[in-house]
Structure formats: structure tokens, C-alpha cells
Design a protein around this ligand. Structure first.
Ligand code: PHE
Length: 339
């Protein structure tokens, strides 16, 4: 039996020494030390040995087992180190290779125009306010002197949710709300999303507007024109030419539309401005006294002027593009070229 143990030891050590593979090593381990292993079998046999021989045999069994465990352990260690080394080699990173550079994000052309215009208005003393996008027919139309069946409603193809609730078609809806709660004099601007059932290269069903409203005792069309001229110059550049045209809105009287010279051709006429040299970007006017009266403001004492600017239009003008749809497709290659 003693000899048998030494044979096991010798064979096992040789096998461990020769093996070149982690999996095979594990199999050898099972073969000798596993539950059905050769050494385990001998241990199980101990009870058949004469009691006086047991201590000696026990010592030999332990010696053999320690030797094998030690050998397995160091071989496993060798394999583990080899594996790590291979992994490090295959996953090697060349830290001297030049980097691809970090691509910087930028603001989307819509919020960037809004921010710029808000800054201009705030510097001129305006307060920024917001209102709901899901709006009542009352604020969107009636408070703006546009009762039901008014022909001017046809100018804005609206998304109704119920008979009296709709997606606001204009930020002018917030005029109605603010006129009810604010005490004149005040100057507010309202940036926000608006919705109309329109979809082509220059219209999107969701678009943005920026409303301005000034209410005071002695304001007139002259103040409106001066203020808009200054705003447009700051927004589009000092050399921008501005053109005022008569127009019609139920909530302003008189009403005007404002065009700026096309930045693409400096007013000479090109594709962007359809040869006219100008681009239409906002509607404005002196607040119709009826709008003040509807909100409970004394129209003998107070007057106002208002304007509503299309942000997509402005962004199109600033970027000289004739189709706004790519602005709402998340193609970074396009958006990165925008101002
Ligand atoms: N709300 C108008 C529109 O969307 C624009 C406007 C605002 C006109 C304020 C006059 C005064 O077309």
C-alpha cells in the first residue's frame, strides 16, 4: 500500500508536470483527488489497515495529498498567469495613437434662435412668461377678439381636442391670459410651441413663436416700429433692411407684417426669398382696444402693441435654408451646420 501511494504520487506529479491545458489539468485533479479519485479510494480503505499501521500510513497519505495539492496549485497558477498575459497582449491599447478628438455638441437651431431673441428682449426690459400648449378656445381666439365663426379663424387650421379645447395656434393666447392678471404698464415676451394643420417645406404642424406685448399709457405704432427695427437689427445684423406692410389681425388695429432683407442675397433677390429680396418673419400691430376691454382693461387709459415672430422662419432666414423639415430630423450632420 505504501508503494501504491508513492506510485500515485509519482504518476500524478508527472502528469501535472506534462499537462499543457487548463481543462486537462482539472480532469487530472478529479482523477486523483476527486470523490472517485485514486487517492480518495485509498483513504477510504484506511479502516481495513491494522490499527498500529494507521499513523504511519496516515502520514504518508497526507504527504502525498499535500504534494499533489501543491503541484496542482502551482500549475493552476502558471495557467492563470499565462491566460492573463495573453489577454493583456490581445487587448493591448496603443496610448501613443492620436485621438479622434471629442465632438462638441451645440444647441439645436430652434432653441438657439429663441435664446438669442429672448436675450435681446430681456435687455430691452421685457419679462419672459409662458402659457399652456393645450389651450381653451377662449384664450386662443375669443379673448383675441376672434369669436366663433369669425372668418379670421380660417387663417389658422386648428387641432381641436374638444369643441372648446385645442392645441394653441398662436402664442397670442397668452396675451389673453396675461392681460387678465397683470396690471399695466408691463412688457412681456412669450416663447413657445404652437400648432397648426399645415405641413410642407415652410410649415411644420408644430412650430415655435415668440410673442411680445407692451401695455402702457402712451404707446403707439411709432414705438412699435422703432422697437422692432432695433430688435431685427440685433437679431439679423446691423445692415438688415426692414419693411413694414399693412396687414390684418383681429387683435391688432392697425396691423402690420414685417419683412427683413434676405441675408442670403442682401436684398438683391435669390431662391431663398423667391426673388423678392425680403422675407416675412412677423406679424404685429397696435393692440385692438376691444382686446383690452375683453380683459377688463380701460382702453381709454391704456394702449398696447404686440408682435408675434415665427422662430422656424427666423432660423431658416439666418441659416439660408428653404426647407425647415430637416430641423426636426435628428441628423447631426445637418444640425451641426446650423447657426
Ligand atoms: N398671432 C399672429 C399669428 O400667429 C401674429 C401676431 C401676434 C400678430 C401679435 C399681431 C400681434 O399669425
Amino acid at each position: 500500500m505504501e508503494q501504491e501511494l508513492y506510485n500515485i504520487k509519482e504518476n500524478a506529479l508527472k502528469e501535472i508536470n506534462d499537462v499543457q491545458d487548463k481543462k486537462l489539468l482539472a480532469e487530472i485533479k478529479v482523477k486523483y483527488l476527486g470523490k472517485q479519485g485514486e487517492l480518495t479510494a485509498i483513504l477510504r480503505n484506511m479502516r481495513n489497515i491494522a490499527p498500529e499501521d494507521r499513523p504511519k500510513m496516515g502520514a504518508i497519505v497526507n504527504e502525498v495529498r499535500n504534494a499533489l495539492e501543491e503541484a496542482f496549485y502551482s500549475k493552476e497558477d502558471i495557467f492563470a498567469k499565462q491566460e492573463l498575459e495573453e489577454k493583456l497582449q490581445s487587448e493591448k491599447v496603443d496610448i501613443t495613437e492620436p485621438s479622434k478628438g471629442i465632438r462638441k455638441g451645440s444647441l439645436h437651431p430652434i432653441p438657439s434662435v429663441l435664446d438669442k431673441f429672448i436675450d435681446i428682449c430681456v435687455s430691452m426690459g421685457f419679462t419672459v412668461v409662458e402659457g399652456p400648449e393645450v389651450e381653451s378656445d377662449y384664450y386662443n381666439f375669443e379673448s383675441m377678439n376672434t369669436p366663433k365663426n369669425h372668418p379670421a379663424r380660417d387663417m389658422q387650421d386648428s387641432f381641436y381636442i374638444t369643441e372648446n379645447i385645442l392645441l394653441r395656434t398662436q402664442t397670442s393666447a397668452v396675451q389673453g391670459r396675461e392681460l387678465e392678471t397683470r396690471k399695466p404698464p408691463f412688457k412681456i415676451v412669450v416663447p413657445g410651441r404652437t400648432y397648426r394643420n399645415d405641413s410642407d417645406s415652410t410649415h411644420s404642424p408644430m412650430f415655435h413663436q415668440m410673442e411680445g406685448l407692451v401695455v402702457d399709457e402712451n404707446v403707439s405704432m411709432a414705438d412699435l416700429k422703432i422697437m422692432l427695427s432695433e430688435m431685427m437689427k440685433r437679431l439679423y445684423g446691423e445692415n438688415t433692411k426692414i419693411r413694414f406692410r399693412p396687414s390684418y389681425f383681429p387683435f391688432t388695429e392697425p396691423s402690420i407684417e414685417v419683412d427683413v432683407s434676405c441675408p442670403n442675397c442682401a436684398g438683391n433677390g435669390c431662391k431663398t426669398c423667391k426673388g423678392t429680396g425680403f422675407l416675412e418673419i412677423l406679424g404685429a400691430g397696435v393692440v385692438n382696444p376691444k382686446v383690452l376691454e375683453i380683459a377688463g382693461i380701460d382702453s381709454k387709459k391704456y394702449r398696447g402693441f404686440a408682435f408675434g415672430m415665427g422662430i422656424e422662419r427666423t432660423s431658416m432666414v439666418l441659416n439660408s435654408i428653404s426647407d425647415l423639415r430637416p430641423m426636426f430630423k435628428n441628423d447631426a450632420r445637418f444640425l451641426n451646420q446650423m447657426k
